[in-house]
Ligand binder design. Structure first.
Ligand code: G3P
Length: 222
């Protein structure tokens, strides 16, 4: 099974504008040096510059369920795609959506040839999300996000429960986990629990030496 390190840049100062480009280049370097699948998820304004500057896949943090035309202040799926994004998060804990919008966004991404990652907060929601047939679900207990306490160590049962639930609903959907991940050990545990990798942010973005942290995370993929 392919495994992934997926880095959500969120809206940290360390991952905005010029800093976002620098961080994406570090991810690109580590991906090339180690042969690992690393995906970066910057803010929408940074997608174009990053996708021009790196070879690794760039995803969007969010898309709105809108059509091309008369809308203001929204994120048009076609726009992130034209800027170079090849996938998107949907329903991140910091950008929750209605069920109908989650379903429409998965469809829209598929139409555009883009990858979908639906974020979930518990086993039941993971099961419901898998039934909609996204490419990935990412289980992230909200209380552990940004905490430095790894979900794979603190709540292993939510990960194995999600993996089992997804298998029973739609085995084609890949499972990621996230929240508090910051070391190779955390990644190793996530893989042992049946996921295909991790979705993380602060552990790398806020690190003094993001490259060193990324190299350590990669070791956990085995
Ligand atoms: O999308 C990743 C995320 O919500 C986890 O954040 O900072 O706990 O790695 P963090």
């Amino acid at each position: 099974m392919d495994s992934y390190i997926i880095l959500n840049f969120k809206t940290y100062e360390e991952s905005t504008g010029e800093n976002a480009i620098k961080l994406a280049k570090i991810c690109d370097e580590v991906a090339n040096e180690t042969g690992t699948r690393i995906i970066v998820i910057p803010q929408p304004c940074d997608i174009y510059a990053i996708s021009q500057g790196v070879g690794i896949p760039v995803y969007a943090q969010h898309i709105d369920n809108i059509k091309v035309g008369s809308n203001t202040g929204h994120i048009l799926p076609e726009s992130v795609n034209a800027s170079g994004a090849v996938g998107s998060l949907i329903n991140h804990s910091e950008m929750r959506l209605k069920l109908a919008d989650i379903e429409a966004n998965i469809k829209k991404l598929r139409e555009l040839g883009m990858t979908s990652i639906v974020c979930t907060n518990n086993v039941e929601v993971t099961k419901a999300a898998a039934a909609l047939g996204p490419d990935f679900v990412a289980i992230e207990p909200p209380e552990l996000i940004g905490s430095g306490i790894s979900v794979s160590k603190a709540q292993p049962e939510i990960i194995s429960g999600s993996v089992d639930a997804v298998k029973s609903v739609n085995p084609n959907v890949k499972v990621l986990c996230g929240a508090g991940i910051s070391t190779g050990e955390d990644v190793k545990k996530a893989i042992e629990l049946g996921t295909c990798g991790v979705l993380l942010a602060s552990g790398v973005v806020k690190a003094k030496d993001p490259k060193a942290v990324l190299l350590d995370l990669v070791k956990g993929l085995g």
